[in-house]
Design a protein around this ligand. Structure first.
Ligand code: NAP
Length: 214
């Protein structure tokens, strides 16, 4: 597929490399292409453009920017370039304030997730929350002795979720669909839980798995 990645940080780079590895065509978007020069040289086939170049190119778009500026980045990507497309939302609503005893502070609430805010502002994009509850070093084909970890996803459009599930299959995840956009109120805080062992004990190598009986 053609995938546009909005962002130039570790998550954007890891996802873009993972998509390339699995045969997708990738344009990665940033406000400052110079910062991706070295990385692009190590990832032949990738093209670097603006946020709107990436969004326009993608049949699927992945959003991997700082949560506080996610809406700003999508405005720059342009709503018309996102309309009708699955939008993989990897962002976390982390506030500027530091963690308290290892617990991240969020600017969202349990009654309104970041993804719902974004979905409301960009109603024609098909947001699917994914990748926000694992560290970037284990986003692509993670290897765990206990088997495949679980990626919890949610979003309002079933066909977009199926597309994202196919990509998650390729990237070595089992997918647990938690329903509509409101479920992001539960999925986004998984990252708070995921980060606690990291902040308290410098343990960053875990992932979540949903165990089912039968
Ligand atoms: N780090 C992880 O392991 C991890 C895991 C799961 C989820 N996440 C989430 O994934 C997202 C990306 O994380 P990251 O650590 O890779 O990168 P990051 O440092 O959180 O974000 C970098 C990106 O934010 C963009 N940005 C910053 N200020 C902006 C502004 N005023 N307007 C528009 N764009 C702006 C930058 O754009 P330019 O390219 O133009 O500079 C850059 O692409 C975050 O929401 C993070 O919480 C992170």
């Amino acid at each position: 597929m053609k995938i546009g990645v909005i962002g130039s940080g570790d998550v954007a780079k890891v996802l873009a490399s993972g998509f390339l590895k699995h045969g997708h065509d990738v344009v990665i978007g940033t406000r400052d292409p110079a910062k991706l020069k070295d990385w692009a040289e190590r990832n032949p086939g990738v093209r670097v453009g603006s946020f709107s170049d990436a969004a326009q190119f993608g049949e699927v778009v992945a959003l991997a920017v700082k949560g506080l500026v996610a809406a700003e980045a999508l405005r720059a990507a342009r709503a018309s370039n996102l309309a009708g497309k699955p939008l993989i939302d990897a962002t976390k609503p982390i506030a500027e304030a530091p963690p308290q005893n290892g617990v991240l502070q969020y600017f969202s609430s349990l009654d309104e997730s970041l993804m719902e805010r974004l979905q409301r502002e960009f109603p024609n994009a098909h947001f699917v929350k994914a990748f926000n509850s694992v560290g970037n070093s284990r986003m692509v084909n993670p290897q765990f002795a206990a088997g495949k970890p679980t990626m919890f996803i949610c979003g309002n459009d079933n066909s977009a979720k199926k597309t994202v599930e196919r990509i998650l299959d390729q990237l070595g995840w089992e997918t647990a669909d938690m329903g509509k956009a409101e479920a992001a109120r539960a999925i986004e805080p998984l990252c708070m839980l995921w980060c606690i062992p990291g902040f308290l004990r410098n343990e960053w190598t875990h992932a979540f798995k949903l165990l089912k009986d039968g």
